[in-house]
Design a protein around this ligand. Structure first.
Ligand code: SDX
Length: 428
């Protein structure tokens, strides 16, 4: 195949270079298009637009493939841990035993927030959504690290990354405790990442939470499966903010805001609310499936469909299997899981969904596991954000370490009023 594309505009032929990725993806480079043709491209929602070259994550949406730094998600889910996968995403290689120990120790040492941060938590109403708290407290925490401000100094990135990955967990736990009126529980030095989070979330001053290995492993898997996902809405937002040379915490806080939307990370909360509504109505899901196909119903099968996957989301397959296993180990029968499975079965055999290549995505089953663990539904998207933090940081790093990085500044096509003169108010 040629590495050039020819574009004919108003009789003039423009030859544009084609970039080919290591997995054979092909892109027409339009960096000079406006200069040579006085035209730009238009792609609402960026469905056909590559924003960058990246070495971090590869997705093949047609085949349902997901790899972090070349490692298949299925192998990482089976053999790795969230912290090891975080190291892989940020540094590009799996850590040696010593590197992993040092990284893990750094996360433990940086689990505390500055004590003055507690006063910020006091100012939130108990009804504050944890995603609002998370985004604002990430920025608040950055105020305690003056070294973070100003153009990202690359050699300090590792400590900024360690602090952020560790503290996002502490902020999340504190926001939950605040929302329930519970006293804050400090991290413990002898607990690893996910176990420490569960401890800070559910222990009481008079009694430590019982850390069941199957529960710690299930939540660690959820974090791992959410760790990165190429140029999704929130990661693209992180890169956008990073391109202006804002600091890592500011970029991550922006990512939290983008992730919050129900079409993105907020979908895991929306899925459970959808399943609860179906269950409460006495429907087994059959009626809902019909409504989800009717554009006028306002219903949407949350947790289904994906901009890139036109096949089963490999993460959904892993999480669905984990649902059965964790609920079995915990002796939990969740009617919402039965409804979810019926919805999936009906959708995968219904022409509306099949024609549109709509399959379960990562959010369809993840909430079932979080419910079984006892995580409240309003914390589900926060869990997604904790998992996605290493991916956001890897993308932030890729932007700031690239000497050719330019500020992201898309163009537009103006469709508004053409020039007109000001009309004084007395004449309007
Ligand atoms: C995540 O990008 C990522 O990588 C994201 C993510 C990550 O890890 O970062 O994977 C995480 O955000 C997963 C997606 C979570 N969102 C949901 O589950 C919300 C429900 N899904 C949809 O809203 C939708 O599928 C999107 C937002 C995920 C994708 O939207 P697109 O690509 O813009 O697709 P579309 O809205 O243009 O849909 C195409 C057609 C439309 O019908 P027609 O106009 O062709 O008749 O499919 C229909 C849509 O109405 N459709 C659905 C549907 N999703 C799409 N119909 C019913 N139920 C759905 N869920």
């Amino acid at each position: 195949m040629s590495n050039e594309a020819k574009l004919l505009i108003e009789g003039q032929e423009h030859v544009l270079p084609v970039t080919v990725g290591t997995e054979g993806e092909r892109a027409v480079s339009i960096a000079k298009l406006r200069e040579v043709s006085q035209h730009i491209t238009l792609d609402d929602g960026y469905g056909n637009t590559g924003s960058c070259l990246s070495n971090i994550t590869f997705i093949d949406g047609e085949k349902g493939i997901l790899r972090y730094r070349g490692y298949p998600i299925e192998q990482l889910a089976e053999q790795s841990s969230f912290v090891e996968t975080a190291y892989l995403l940020i540094n590009g290689e799996l850590p040696t035993r010593d590197q992993l120990r040092q990284f893990s120790e750094g996360l433990t040492e940086n689990a505390y927030l500055h004590e003055d941060m507690r006063y910020h938590f006091e100012s939130f109403p108990v009804t504050a959504h944890p995603m609002a708290i998370l985004s604002s407290m990430i920025n608040a925490s950055s105020c305690f690290y003056p070294g973070l401000m100003g153009p990202a100094n690359v050699e300090r990135l590792p400590i900024h990354a360690t602090r952020l990955i560790s503290q996002v967990r502490t902020i999340a736990a504190y926001s939950y405790r605040k929302s329930r009126g519970y006293p804050i529980i400090y991290p413990k030095k002898n607990l690893k990442y996910t176990a420490n989070f569960l401890h800070m979330l559910f222990s009481q001053p008079y009694e430590d939470y019982e850390l069941r290995p199957e529960v710690v492993k299930a939540l660690d898997l959820i974090f791992l499966l959410h760790a990165d996902h190429e140029q999704n809405c929130s990661t693209a937002t992180v890169r956008m903010v990073a391109s202006s040379q804002a600091n890592m915490f500011a970029s991550a806080a922006a990512g939290v805001c983008a992730l919050w939307g129900p079409l993105h990370g907020g979908a895991n909360q929306a899925v459970i609310e959808m399943l609860q509504e179906i269950h409460a109505s006495g429907d087994d899901g059959s009626k809902f499936i019909e409504a989800a196909k009717d554009k006028n119903s306002g219903a949407r099968l949350m947790g289904f469909g994906h901009r890139v996957y036109k096949n089963y989301d490999p993460r959904a397959r892993i999480i669905k299997a984990a649902c059965d296993s964790i609920l079995d180990k915990m002796h939990i029968q969740d009617p919402l899981l039965d409804i979810a499975k019926l919805l999936e079965d009906k959708a995968l055999n219904d022409s509306y969904f099949v024609e549109r290549k709509l399959y379960p995505n990562v959010d369809f089953y993840s909430g079932i596991i979080m419910r079984a663990i006892g995580i409240p539904v309003e914390m589900f998207t926060v869990i997604f954000a904790i998992g996605r933090m290493p991916g956001w940081i890897s993308n932030f790093k890729e932007v700031v370490e690239n000497p050719k990085s330019r500020i992201y500044r898309p163009r537009q096509v103006y469709m508004g009023a053409t020039q007109r003169d000001y009309v004084p108010v007395e004449n309007r």
